[in-house]
Design a protein around this ligand. Structure first.
Ligand code: F6P
Length: 550
């Protein structure tokens, strides 16, 4: 029994049934599954919005899927989902509602937190953001010296950086190409240095993105940015108002920093940092792509929210993707999950998903406060194809680890390219399809022999196949499709956290490092004695000081 009275996950009959089923399936081969069911290729597919989802190359049968859905029912995934959408405080360790879905709710929707409808507030901020973004885009908003803003530098970290930075890359072809938009996150001064070294301060707007407005990296960089601006402009504090805006939940700290709260765009404690880029945290993105495109992206999010909220279990895509992850992590001992987009524009997508997934589900303590004794969140990794094919795919094909992967691709190349570059798209996508085929079906020793390969090389050239993949295919990479993709992964992560009985919305695991960094800093700068510093770290600090000549 869990301390909350629930049966332990791995003692549930539905779990045991899956373990038994896994044993019975043994080393089932995708080749066999396809041979037994000629309709599998077209049948094991689902559609959500513009996303075509093909899961035929997964190591599952109808029975596997049925048993996984039974596990989802037994763990009441849909019950928790409904509680989330209703605004209940399902983030129990922080006593907060989890309402990123309200950020993209229709204007006339009603979503209540503590008896208050939060939707009007969401749209009021979106409208203010739109007004501001338009003023910057049209040149109506000028800097302190009257010059038009040409550069936007977003300063934030984690959820206040990864989302907007990723989406800016994804939607680059929709951006105003006359604007330079950069994202600074690292407290390594090199990041801000490189982002500002060639900019005219008079034409630069800093967008300080921090939910708490206490994050040391962001406040340090924002302070340096303010000093840079005032030095470059040879101006006083009054210049700040035209060059700094804040995105935050913490008006008091924003004011303390010296940013006029009239230039603050608000969001709320029921939005987790890693679920926030469709809130005010998306302002830099909105300036880049314009309010209309931003709203199209929100429409895409909403479409998948509605699907997740209403689609039956059999056709619910986030449920399916979440359960497939559980199948591999908990019943095949897979340790990681690769996300491999075949789009250069999605180059930061997997890095974004790393925070979304790993900060959400990297937990060993359950919602009831007890340690879990089953695997939780996987290591999420990957880079765009085809680059990865020439780097690490070797290990996926012929290594000793099972690495389930999502392949994401688009039928159309981005419209703005030349005809010659667009023509390269078929080659890109030929690789996309070839890889999932090779991963699934491999090449048998007999097939290798038939090519005349000498016997001593047959084993080396054999591909065992049976590596599971999901293919996600859409016609075009639009703002709406981006919203759909992100919402899909958000809800997939939700499903897994619900089954594992963990709180996917807190992040206590990042706190210790922050506290220790504050304690260690004086040891580096002043050689101060840090009580309780362990022997290894003490020696390293001494070495560092020696290397710096201190
Ligand atoms: O360190 C982790 C974290 O708390 C993330 O959850 C969050 O996205 C990030 O820091 C940044 O926090 P903030 O937006 O408050 O600056």
């Amino acid at each position: 029994m869990n301390q909350d009275g629930r049966t332990r996950l791995n003692q549930m009959p539905e779990w045991t049934a899956l373990a038994k089923h896994r044993e019975e399936l043994g080393a089932v081969q995708l080749r066999e599954l396809f041979a037994a069911d000629p309709g599998r290729g077209a049948g094991y597919t689902l559609q959500v919005g513009d996303l075509h989802i093909d899961y035929s190359k997964q190591l599952v049968t109808d029975e596997t899927l049925r048993l996984l859905r039974e596990l989802a029912a037994a763990t009441d995934v849909f019950g928790l989902r409904d509680a989330m959408f209703r605004g209940e405080k399902i983030n129990t360790t922080e006593d907060r509602a989890v309402l990123h879905t309200a950020l993209r709710a229709a204007r006339d929707a009603v979503v209540e937190v503590d008896g208050e409808n939060v939707v009007p507030g969401v749209h009021a901020v979106l409208d203010r953001m739109a007004g501001f973004a338009e003023r910057v885009r049209t040149g109506a908003w000028t800097g302190h010296t009257g010059k038009r803003i040409k550069n936007v530098v977003n300063i934030g970290i984690g959820g206040s950086d990864l989302g907007p930075a990723m989406a800016y890359e994804v939607l680059r072809s929709y951006t105003d190409r006359d604007l330079t938009v950069r994202f600074v996150s690292n407290v390594d001064g090199a990041d801000l240095h490189e982002a500002t070294r060639d900019l005219d301060a008079a034409e630069t707007l800093f967008v300080i993105a921090s939910k708490t407005f206490t994050t040391i990296e962001t406040i340090t960089n924002a302070t340096s940015a303010r000093n840079w601006l005032l030095t470059e402009l040879k101006a006083g504090q009054d210049a700040v108002a035209k060059h700094f805006v804040a995105l935050s939940t913490n008006a008091e700290k924003v004011g303390d920093f010296g940013i006029d709260t009239a230039n603050m765009f608000e969001f709320w404690d029921w939005v987790g940092g890693r679920y926030s880029y469709d809130s005010a945290i998306g302002l830099s993105l909105m300036i880049a792509i314009g309010p209309d495109r931003f709203r199209e992206m929100l429409d895409g999010f909403r479409l998948v929210d509605e699907h997740f909220r209403t689609a039956p279990a059999e056709s619910n895509v986030p449920l399916l993707l979440g359960l497939l992850g559980i199948w591999y992590g908990n019943f095949h001992d897979a340790q990681s999950h690769a996300v491999l987009p075949y789009s250069h524009y999605l180059s930061k997508f997997t890095a974004y998903l790393q925070q979304l997934d790993m900060e959400s589900n990297g937990k060993y303590v359950g919602r009831d406060g007890q340690e879990v004794d089953w695997q939780t969140g996987p290591v999420v990794w990957g880079t765009p194809g085809t680059n990865g094919q020439h780097a690490y795919y070797q290990l996926i094909h012929q290594g000793t680890k099972l690495i389930p992967a999502d392949f994401i691709g688009f039928a159309e190349p981005v419209a703005e390219m030349s005809a010659e570059l667009k023509a390269q798209h078929d080659l890109l996508m030929a690789n996309f399809f070839a890889q999932t085929q090779a991963l699934a079906f491999g090449k048998t020793p007999d097939e290798v022999r038939a090519e005349g390969v000498p016997e001593e090389l047959v084993a080396h050239k054999t591909f065992q196949g049976n590596h599971p993949t999901t293919t996600i295919l859409a016609r075009e990479l639009t703002p709406s499709v981006l919203g759909q993709l992100v919402a899909l992964y958000e809800h997939k992560v939700f499903v897994q956290g619900a089954v594992w009985n963990i709180d996917s919305f807190d992040q206590w695991g990042v706190e210790l490092g922050k506290v220790l960094a504050k304690r260690v800093e004086p040891a580096l700068t002043e050689g101060a004695d840090v009580p309780g510093l362990d022997a290894s770290t003490q020696a390293l600090v001494a070495k560092y000081r020696e290397l710096r000549g201190r």
